[in-house]
Design a binder for this molecule. Structure first.
Ligand code: H2B
Length: 113
């Protein structure tokens, strides 16, 4: 992926195999591009909690996020609660973080903005 394209405008590509797993240096470079997201599971996942006023708003977010996941063919794990949704991205095909996780994190932020 070219760094000239903002993450939010980039699109996911099929990434399979450890060669697509991001190294620590690249993760450190990308993390400031998605403020609010944190590393979890020893750097193998990205998570952020999005808070809402009520269940209806939470579910509207979840449905919009499902559409992005379908369009990008990259799928978050979700913890859905009454007033919040815990979003977790990790690329199981690479066994850790790939560029796809950062692209989708940026698109998720745009949804909630
Ligand atoms: C063929 C297809 O691109 C892959 O199976 C995709 C689908 N969605 C995915 N989502 C996530 N989170 N990780 C993956 O490795 C992944 N792989």
């Amino acid at each position: 992926m070219s760094d000239l394209v903002p993450l939010v405008q980039a699109h996911c590509l099929p990434r399979r195999g450890v060669e697509h797993r991001l190294g620590e240096a690249r993760v450190r470079e990308l993390l400031p591009e998605v403020p609010g997201w944190e590393l979890a599971e020893n750097g193998r996942a990205l998570t952020r909690t999005f808070r809402f006023d009520d269940y209806h708003r939470t579910m509207a977010f979840v449905n919009a996020l499902a559409y992005i996941a379908h369009r990008e063919d990259h799928h978050p794990d979700l913890g859905v609660h009454y007033d919040r949704c815990v979003v977790r991205y990790s690329t199981h095909d690479v066994g850790g973080l790939s560029e796809n996780d950062f692209i989708c994190a940026a698109k998720t932020d745009a949804l909630a903005a």
